[in-house]
Design a protein around this ligand. Structure first.
Ligand code: PEP
Ligand code: MN
Length: 337
């Protein structure tokens, strides 16, 4: 960590900062320039709270050298991580094609959708049983009943299943049925939930919050990793933008940046970004071109009757067509699908 002093800072300030650094068990390396002094704190950065040093009169700035998300960072883990969900691998050249309804609505439609996505080339099934809805009057999901249906569909069609957990009290329940736990965009910074999920041994799909930076996203991953669960996949699903004709703005830079700064696999969710089915395929391709290790898309047997996110749901045929395109691109980029 570098402590940069204000120009003309007195010798007393230099002494005070250096002493504070030594008191914290680190070495202080003083470099005195013509106009400014910089003090390097050498050792374990964790023991320093930059705000404390910053609040010393005469200190201009404190700059950490290492990224604050040590476990998620590529600095300490240069090779790509591979996450395993049921029988499939994600990352390191293995691509995930995850599809299914926004919410599990009832048994028959879920089976029909599962059959359609299997047929269309998906290697994993999605479906929400606990839905985080903006309105308390919207369909909230079937809860445990939905988990049972999703599990049955997954087993019938040989697809591992991913479903959202919204409440730390339900982590154990959802883990009993799911192959992978989803943390939704609205819960990306629900730190109690993240810590609870970090304690189970299930892979996690961590969506990026609609207005979170990539650094905040990776810090959220760090919460899970630091509890001992190293099976985290990141998912970009669009941020809040200013274009009214799309639901969110897909941030392809965030995919490339997350892949650069972290070893964790990253997948793209073009459905929630677009909010409309006519754009889903374009955004899926853009995400894969930016380096995504997979896609997650919403599919429905009868989108106009969907209880949730019908406008962005693909039909069976549109999904099969999208999968063909995406598989070509994955292969071109050297992935296995
Ligand atoms: C979902 O996957 O259905 C969902 C609610 O996604 P997000 O958290 O990205 O809005
Ligand atoms: Mn949805």
């Amino acid at each position: 960590m570098l402590v940069i002093l204000k120009s003309g800072a007195s010798d007393d300030v230099v002494k005070q900062v250096a002493e504070r650094i030594r008191d914290l068990g680190l070495q202080a390396h003083i470099s005195q320039g013509e106009f400014r002094t910089i003090i390097g704190a050498i050792g374990e950065e964790k023991s320093i709270y930059p705000e404390q040093l910053r609040s010393i009169e005469g200190v201009e700035n404190v700059v950490p050298i290492m990224r604050p998300y040590k476990l998620a960072s590529r600095d300490f883990h240069p090779e790509d991580s591979v996450v395993t969900a049921g029988a499939i691998s994600i990352g390191g050249g293995h691509a995930a094609i995850i599809a299914g309804p926004c919410a599990v609505e009832e048994r028959d439609s879920c089976f029909e959708i599962a059959a359609a996505v299997k047929d269309g080339g998906a290697n994993m099934l999605r479906g929400g049983a606990f839905k985080p809805r903006t309105s308390p009057y919207s369909f909230q999901g079937l809860g445990e009943e939905g988990l049972k249906i999703l599990r049955e569909c997954g087993d019938t069609y040989g697809l591992p299943v991913v479903t959202e957990v919204t409440d730390p009290r339900n982590v154990e329940l959802v883990s009993r049925y799911a192959d992978m736990l989803q943390v939704g965009a609205r819960n990306m910074q629900n730190f109690v939930l993240l810590a609870e999920i970090g304690k189970v041994r299930k892979p996690v799909l961590l969506k990026r919050g609609a207005s979170s930076s990539v650094a905040d996203w990776l810090m959220s991953a760090e919460y899970i990793l630091s509890e001992g669960n190293n099976q985290v996949v990141l998912c970009e699903r669009g941020s809040r933008g200013f274009e009214p004709e799309v639901r969110f703005t897909l941030d392809v830079s965030a995919i490339a940046l997350a892949k650069k700064n972290s070893h964790l696999p990253v997948i793209v969710d073009p459905s929630h970004a677009a909010g409309r089915r006519d754009m889903v395929a374009y955004l899926a391709m853009a995400g894969v071109a930016a380096g995504a290790d997979g896609i997650i898309v919403e599919v429905h047997n009868c989108p106009e009757k969907a209880k949730c996110d019908g406008a962005q749901a693909l039909t069976k045929d549109a999904f099969a067509a999208l999968t063909k395109q995406v598989q070509k691109l994955f292969t071109l980029l050297g992935n296995q699908v």
